[in-house]
Design a protein around this ligand. Structure first.
Ligand code: SF4
Ligand code: SF4
Length: 449
């Protein structure tokens, strides 16, 4: 069933999409880098625990690091090769984290190791365990361990599984291509997910700029499957979970709450496809689809890239078009501008967007707030970014919490519209991390009493 909806959330913005450059380009296999650099912190939670030693030869798909507790996932070998070094490696956060340098065998067929298949008839618990064992995290960029997200808390229940194919971030077309090319994997993934969550039906949400993907998936829904495809208007950040739930179901997730408060679990469409692709073979995740684009890239496209491929190698392969000035991991709205080309593609890397000196005007002068209210009109969750920005400047963190700072999901819509160039979202990211650190320190001090 294919439905068109006029409903959407309040506020939001319409940045230029820049998707035409890659949305018609089929997914291609990326070459294997001679050396893969694998951080053990590719997900939210405890770092994975390395189980191989230096000098050991490994096969593609083999377990390299196990999950360190419930809030963690394992890491599998993206290539067959030799563990050259176990040492700290640079991460996207700018920090050094534990990691593995893996030297690929140059003439290997790079066949992937098969594990024990997980049948669709497996129990809820077995499916959740299999998802953790496969090392699956949110591939939309959040990198939150998927098995944790799918676990329904005591006393709650899930009636709708929402598959997020919105991909509202400018430039990125990863999910778009996955929906066009991996329909079977998506529907297999949905069957596992319905079982794992207990939901009675699934809705695939897609923005109107991907009508071909919506038509394609609607035409491939297996007979009798409780799945519908819903098309929603194009608006940023329509892909945020709370916005999508409001648009498709008219339910409002309360401040500070999760989608399960309104009986919904949201899973990204590429994550769903990966579950459907890996579980029937008992495999772990070793590669992902990444959009490589931007004015600074010669060979733009959607590539299936082994996790751990160094960014420097990626850029060498696709070729720079002009003097590179800024590289984003993820899109320009919610992604991170990287300062180090030695970091690697990780499980959460949905895109690499490269800008040249022509597009990036520097330095951008920051002016005082003129109280124009544009940021208030843009914020999809009706925060007051102008007020929060002023409080951030004065480091008034407690007051910021009163103004619901912790609900901000860093979409960047407020910064995008600000005529004074105030980097509001950077202020909020920083303030949230200070508040979280203070809360942890307080909790530790209390538990030591
Ligand atoms: S970054 Fe936060 S404050 Fe700014 S528009 Fe998005 S949700 Fe609102
Ligand atoms: S958009 Fe910028 S200048 Fe306008 S009210 Fe918000 S912070 Fe102030």
């Amino acid at each position: 069933m294919l439905n068109f909806r006029k409903n959407t959330f309040r506020h939001g913005v319409h940045p230029p999409e820049h998707k035409d450059e890659t949305n018609g380009l089929p997914i291609r296999q990326f070459p294997f880098a001679p050396v893969i650099i694998l951080p053990m912190v590719q997900h939210i939670g405890n770092p994975s625990e390395i189980v191989v030693r230096e000098g050991q030869e490994v096969v593609r798909g083999q377990l390299l690091a196990k999950a360190n507790g419930y809030m963690s996932v394992p890491v599998h070998a993206p290539v067959s090769g030799t563990v050259r070094k176990i040492a700290n490696v640079p991460a996207i956060s700018g920090k050094m984290v534990p990691g593995i340098y893996l030297q690929a065998f140059p003439f290997s067929s790079q066949e992937v190791l098969e594990g024990t298949p997980i049948e669709e008839t497996a129990s809820k618990e077995e499916i959740l365990q299999a998802i953790q064992d496969a090392g699956i995290v949110g591939l939309g960029g959040a990198a939150f361990p998927t098995h944790v997200k799918l676990k329904i808390p005591e006393g709650k229940h899930c009636d709708v599984l929402m598959i997020n194919g919105i991909e509202c971030e400018p430039y990125l077309t990863t999910d778009h291509r996955v929906m066009l090319e991996q329909a079977d994997d998506i529907f297999t993934g949905i069957r596992y997910l319905l079982k794992a969550t207990g939901a009675g039906r699934a809705i695939i949400g897609i923005e109107a700029n991907k009508q071909d993907a919506a038509d394609h998936l609607a035409s491939r829904i297996p007979d009798g499957a409780p799945v519908s495809v819903e098309v929603v208007p194009v608006k940023y950040p329509q892909g945020a979970e709370k916005m999508l739930i409001t648009a498709l179901l008219g339910r409002e997730v309360p401040s500070g709450g999760l989608p399960i408060e309104v009986n919904v679990v949201v899973v990204n469409v590429a994550t769903t496809a990966e579950i459907g692709r890996l579980l029937p073979h008992g495999r772990g995740i070793q590669e992902r689809v990444v959009t490589i684009t931007g004015p600074g890239v010669k060979k733009k496209g959607n590539y299936l890239i082994p996790v751990g491929t160094p960014l420097r190698y990626v850029l060498e392969q696709v070729g720079a078009d002009g003097q590179i000035s800024e590289v984003y991991m993820g899109g320009p709205m919610m992604g991170v501008a990287v300062s180090n080309l030695d970091i690697s593609v990780v499980k959460g890397t949905s895109g690499i967007v490269v800008f040249t000196e022509k597009e990036v005007k520097r330095p951008q002068k920051i002016y005082p707030c003129i109280k124009c209210g544009a940021c208030v009109d843009a914020c999809p969750i009706s925060l007051n970014p102008s007020r929060l920005g002023i409080l951030a400047k004065f480091e008034a963190y407690e007051q910021m919490t009163d103004y619901h700072l912790m609900d901000c999901f860093e979409c960047g819509a407020c910064s995008y519209v600000c005529p004074s160039n105030i980097p509001l979202v950077q202020y909020f990211r920083l303030s949230k991390s200070v508040i979280r650190k203070r809360q942890t320190t307080k909790q530790t001090a209390e538990s030591d009493k």
